[in-house]
Design a binder for this molecule. Structure first.
Ligand code: SF4
Length: 343
């Protein structure tokens, strides 16, 4: 079978399958508005469909248009983003909305170059907007699609090195139609999410089975050996006084604009208990961080702000710190109820 015939057969089998087996109930698929596509693509970067679904609906009610988002404050945006993690995405989406409103008359661009010039938009998001919002030619390559295409072509080169990336682009270039990539991208994505899943795929149910070249699909796509995860620890301090928890407004690059537990060293807390009140671990890139939180009865430094328990629910706090605050609250409650004394 020649290459063109193989691609043609695969694509039509895929689209037929998708008509009756696609995930047409995904909330964002009901929106054709390019702004909604942009929001969903930002949210789905590094966050699961199950987590994004309710947050996307709330977001579209809070900021129904790109102009509404552009005119919101950073605090409003970060609060609405809570639970999705990786807050830099929220800041970039906010910045992109401002640029779109100011420089593109509040219309999401439909050319790759203009999209790539916006904050937070890389190759994948630009391609997704072109395909899903405007149904243009674009090589959409998310994790699911990469898995399907690399297996379908039996690509044995690691896809995270230069040569593998180039080969993958060639495969995608031949698979995607010249015009109108929305249906193909949605179908590949859904096939990867439901049939050609990571681990052992369900090839007997796959519409691409007749044209697929994979001999050991469970080993594909290949990746270069992983970098070892490094362990780190950080020490934080809990100033809880008169039923208020004192937090610091982060200025750092990771959590700028979010409220966090202050660092033990920077807070100059002296009278803190030597055993941590609570410990939580969380991953950041290739680090696994253990956060230890110590209680102190010192007066909180003036740059901290005290919040009641109710107020904590309505301010933006990154997930690891919210988890730590929950653990601290539980521990403080049990100490105060049992009459346990400090060390
Ligand atoms: S036949 Fe199997 S490996 Fe090939 S695309 Fe389908 S599910 Fe994936």
């Amino acid at each position: 079978m020649n290459k063109e015939k193989r691609v043609g057969l695969a694509r039509s089998a895929l689209l037929n399958w998708h008509a009756s087996h696609g995930r047409h109930d995904l909330l964002w698929r009901r929106f054709t508005d390019p702004y909604a596509v942009l929001v969903s693509e930002f949210m789905l970067q590094q966050t699961t469909v199950a987590t994004v679904t309710p947050r996307f609906a709330e977001w579209m009610q809070t900021f129904p248009t790109v102009a509404d988002l552009a005119s919101a404050t950073e605090e409003e945006v970060l609060t609405a983003w809570q639970g999705l993690g990786y807050y830099s995405r929220a800041r970039r989406l906010h910045a992109a909305a401002k640029t779109i409103t100011e420089c593109h008359d509040a219309i999401i661009p439909s050319e790759s170059e203009s999209l790539l010039a916006l904050p937070g938009i890389g190759d994948y998001t630009a391609a997704a907007v072109l395909a899903f919002a405007y149904d243009l030619h674009a090589l959409v390559l998310d994790t699911n699609i990469i898995r399907v295409l690399s297996r379908w072509a039996n690509l044995d080169t690691p896809i995270d090195i230069g040569k593998g990336k180039k080969l993958l682009m060639k495969i995608a270039e031949s698979f995607y139609p010249r015009t109108g990539c929305r249906a193909t991208a949605s179908a590949l994505m859904d096939l990867g999410a439901t049939i050609c899943t990571s681990g052992i795929p369900q090839c007997s149910l796959c519409p691409l089975q007749q044209t697929c070249l994979a001999d050991k699909p469970e080993h594909l796509p290949r990746k270069a050996p992983r970098v070892v995860t490094l362990k780190q620890s950080e020490l934080r301090v809990c100033f809880y006084q008169q039923e208020r928890l004192y937090l610091e407004l982060s200025q750092g690059p990771r959590w700028r604009g979010l409220w966090i537990l202050p660092e033990l060293g920077k807070a100059h807390a002296k009278g803190y208990r030597s055993t941590p009140l609570a410990e939580v671990t969380y991953p950041i890139t290739r680090y696994r961080i253990t956060m230890k939180i110590f209680e102190t009865l010192d007066k909180p430094p003036t740059h901290l702000r005290g919040f009641s328990i109710d107020e904590l629910n309505s301010i933006p706090i990154p997930s690891p710190h919210r988890k730590a605050i929950g653990a601290v609250a539980k521990r403080l409650f049990s100490i105060h109820n049992s009459g346990e004394s400090p060390n």
